[in-house]
Design a protein around this ligand. Sequence first.
Ligand SMILES: Cc1ncc(COP(=O)(O)O)c(C=O)c1O
Length: 447
Amino acid sequence: MEQATAQQQSVNIVTEVPGPKSVELAKRSAAALPDALSLVHPIYVDHAHGATVTDVDGNTFIDWIGGVGVMNVGHTHEAVTAAIIAQAQKFTHTDYTIVPYETYVRLCERLNASVPISGHVKTSLFNTGAETVENAVKISRVATGKSGVVCFSGAFHGRSLMAMTLTSKVHPYRAGFGPYAPEVYRAPYANPFDFDGDAEAASASALAELKKMTKTHFAAEDIACVIVEPVQGEGGFIVPPTSFLQGLRDFCDEHGAILVFDEVQSGMGRTGTLWATEQLGVEPDLILSAKSIAAGMVLSAVIGKAEVLDKVPDSGIGGTYPGNPIACEAAHAVLDAWEDGLLDRAKLVGERMKDAFDALAAEDDGIGESRGLGSMRALEFSKPGTRLPDPARVDAVQAHAQQHGLLMHKAGTGGNIIRVLVPLVITDAQLEESLTILRNAIEATRA
Ligand SMILES: Cc1ncc(COP(=O)(O)O)c(C=O)c1O
């Protein structure tokens, strides 16, 4: 891997990490905030731009987290910032369904035209990813007159009651928070890694199990929707084969259920296309979007077939804040960025990451798999010679990288996946610099 030259370096570490000001702030945080709000990187941000974050102590890091997949177009993207300022000077809130405004309508029109869903498509805006999940379930239930929901092992859909129930990982997301929402059934996700890389075997097994569950767990005709991440995010960037998603499509068609693709993490350019669904060849009824849709402004969307969304009775969905005008204007600037060529950059970043990650996996027997779609890339760490998760190694890699100026955030139900959600505006030099830091961290933590 080519070494970044001194002139090219973006990372600049000038104090201990975390620095003294961050340490002070973390103490105040511990005293003032509940213990549940612990800090992955106790480094307090002063400013951020593109793919870098500078803290209050003057240290600059390369950011592979991007606000957990929110900053795909980069921090303080010029056009996004300008759009936010301009809208803030016009008006900041009316509540769209009380006193409407044009930017909401135009955004829905653009989103409708963007999704790989055939026929008449409509969009309803919300605030968070979890809210889209709650609403997708409500919409599916009212549209079908049924109540059952099928979700998957390894899924993450958020932290509200229904979203938490649909989420798979027990600690820390579910334990102690029951009782959970009723009528939710969890089927296996098709994870090729569990089948020695044989994606079709993974798919056949998962679909067979789903079929079996219709005898042992629920009646297929009672299912309102099947909700699935077309590429799993928090579960570890797992890319199922098309046959698995097609099997879910067939199940929904056969039993009159709605197929919901949760693209909260995989959408908005992360995989090299606006939606991962575009590359997977299966058409859902609803697509959920949040995170990078408005580059840090709070916005989310349920996009899908008009015949489904229009089944909801008047005022059955909505809220005070959905489709806030500042967030809508930010989202327009984000969509402009994709249309203006950032998708090409996303593809290039994904290709370079894939080559580098494949090479790292080939030379370290603690890396079980290099995988992903586009720039949604991950390394799965396993105890050498086994498929057992190695979260301690991942923690060590993450800590080493942090000390050397690269911020990363792990994933996976076993906490053993290094994943990349880097802003896609990262420069070539920053990409090489960050890959060098990762390589050094992997070498330094090799047993
Ligand atoms: C696939 C997926 N769905 C839903 C959510 C929940 O989104 P939010 O945190 O905005 O509620 C997330 C968050 O990570 C996610 O990755």
